[in-house]
Design a protein around this ligand. Structure first.
Ligand code: NOJ
Length: 536
């Protein structure tokens, strides 16, 4: 790996393929739809796409229930389509990152079917976590853990044993102590690397290895509250107490798995990379996933969970960069994904979301953009009868689930379903989304899309943008974040609802997230909830 490897400061665009673009009119996005969207993504200026799973799956959890990790689900297309997509992305200068799910398989996977049909204590069962229950007749699950989607984390099989599933009952957890599991994942990595993928996003990267599997947790319900990425009302202190020791997450054994994976990636040319979905506590634990010889990037979820406040964001940025210095890994910045509310909704409106995007685009390291974020899409209102997320179903509707951020995206204001496809979209699109359609936004120089395009273009052309290192902070009035990066960039972020005047050294405005600021005689009167990039 070279120190200037492409992924260290790349802008990586997350495609949730089911909701991106539907080429065959069945109401579900597919790989040919992604191919059709590539010119648009190239125009936007992204460096890579990460595709959420498109593997064979009964689709109980949006494809994160993988029934065959080395084949494509017919609803998305064929293996030939996947190959065509990887090649087409490359021909547009876009790298391709696949998703890999080591924590669990689908219950439709041949191994699990074999396990169900095999006796207690068999090798087939030892690939998962099968145990006898407690109580006189084994009717009580082996421990009291709760699924992340609510309800018990154990399901009983007809012969009386129970199996562990941290997510839906259709997602049995794999037992990484069984060498078959490691061998199979190595095969999967090589399969996709041989097909030309440039990297992997690793699902629940901190989860594969469990400890104390037969021990009850002191407060399993509250633990699941604390693990949610969607900002439940929980104090930092309580969250810290619960997250500092999760028996099924962030165990030492996971690192051995990733050291092996890294050695496999290193066999391939071209700076292949990995990014870990590892929500661990405290944040310094995340750096352990990107130590030398392990993974390349880890999503910065701690920053993603913050509100729009200059002081807390600055503290988090400084902490993130400091935590990664020793391991020499670049930071990542992410505002939302297919599991969280959309940033516009979470942060309190499009204006703040645009300013926040321009903040993270100016920071050292890599950025992630979730499809539709560039259009400024809010989370969509959905009727309960449209919701499909297992989190909604398993919680009996008390948890609304994640469908609101997964609604198919709008391409063309003049076409049915906003050009997503001709069939009825699998989740209903709001009636007021023509305003966010790509054709409308591309024609408007002040749209969110145009801002993202300008910002991503500058990230490629301006010598101070992208890259690594640390910003130079300048003390600023309350509610203002102010820093410079060399050579020649000055960034001012106003997180307040008032215009504030800040002394600056920049001589011209390069880009601003909203109009309304003015620069005169070294004084920037920066409008409310705005980020401004200045040229020094
Ligand atoms: C994290 C994925 O992002 C989410 O969508 C999925 O439900 C869980 N992991 C389980 O795979």
């Amino acid at each position: 790996m070279s120190s200037s490897a492409w992924w260290r400061d790349a802008a990586i665009y997350q495609v949730y393929p089911r909701s991106f673009r539907d080429s065959n009119g069945d109401g579900e996005g597919d790989l040919q739809g992604v191919i059709a969207g590539l010119p648009y993504l190239a125009d936007l200026g992204i460096d890579a796409i990460w595709l959420s799973p498109f593997y064979k799956s009964p689709n109980k959890d949006g494809g994160y229930d993988v029934a065959d990790p080395r084949d494509v689900d017919p609803r998305f297309g064929t293996l030939a389509d996947a190959k065509e997509l990887i090649e087409a992305a490359h021909s547009h200068g876009i790298k391709f990152i696949a998703d890999i799910v080591p924590n669990h398989f689908s219950s439709d996977h041949i191994w699990f079917q074999e396990a169900l049909n095999s006796p207690k204590g068999s090798v087939a069962r030892s690939r998962f976590h099968f145990y006898d229950g407690r109580g006189e007749n084994g009717e009580i699950p082996p421990n009291n853990w709760i699924s992340i989607f609510r309800g018990p984390a154990w399901t009983r099989t007809p012969d009386g044993q129970w199996y562990l599933h941290l997510f839906d009952s259709s997602q049995p957890d794999l037992n990484w102590n069984n060498p078959d599991v490691a061998a199979d994942f190595e095969k999967t990595l090589r399969f996709w690397l041989d097909l030309g993928v440039d990297g992997f996003r690793i699902d629940v990267a901190h989860g594969a290895v469990k400890e104390n599997l037969l021990v009850d947790h002191r407060d399993p319900e509250r633990l699941i509250d604390a693990l949610r990425l969607d900002f439940l009302d929980i104090s930092e202190e309580e969250r810290a107490g619960l997250l500092s020791d999760v028996p099924f997450f962030d165990r030492e054994g996971v690192h051995e798995v990733y050291r092996k994976w890294r050695s496999i990636l290193n066999e391939y040319p071209g700076d292949r990379m990995t990014v870990a979905e590892a929500f661990v506590y405290p944040s310094s634990r995340a750096a352990r996933y990107v130590r030398e010889g392990e993974l390349h990037q880890v999503f910065n979820f701690n920053f993603m969970m913050l509100g729009w406040d200059a002081a807390t964001m600055r503290a988090s940025i400084e902490r993130t960069l400091a935590e990664l210095v020793d391991v020499k890994a670049p930071a990542t910045w992410v505002l939302n994904n297919h599991d969280t509310p959309r940033v516009v909704t979470r942060i309190g409106g499009a204006r703040k979301a645009r300013a926040l995007a321009m903040l993270i685009h100016a920071l050292p390291g890599g950025i992630y953009i979730y499809q539709g974020e560039e259009l400024g899409l809010p989370s969509a209102d959905l009727p309960d009868n449209a919701r499909q997320d297992p989190a909604f179903i398993r919680s009996g509707g008390t948890d609304k689930g994640r469908d609101e951020c997964r609604v198919p995206i709008p391409w063309d204001s003049k076409l049915p379903n906003y050009g997503y496809g001709t069939g009825t979209p699998w989740l209903p699109q709001p009636t007021d989304w023509a305003q966010y359609s790509m054709d409308v936004e591309a024609a408007d120089p002040d749209s969110s899309w145009s801002l993202y395009k300008k910002s991503l273009t500058l990230r490629h052309s301006h010598p101070a943008l992208g890259g690594e290192g640390v910003p130079t902070w300048i003390e600023a009035p309350a509610g203002i974040m102010h820093f410079t990066r060399e050579p020649g960039l000055e960034v001012v972020v106003n997180t307040t609802d008032n215009q504030i005047t800040v002394a600056v050294s920049g001589s011209s405005i390069l880009l601003e997230s909203a109009a309304g600021s003015s620069l005169q005689g070294g004084q920037l009167a920066i409008a409310a909830n705005t980020t401004t990039w200045l040229q020094r």
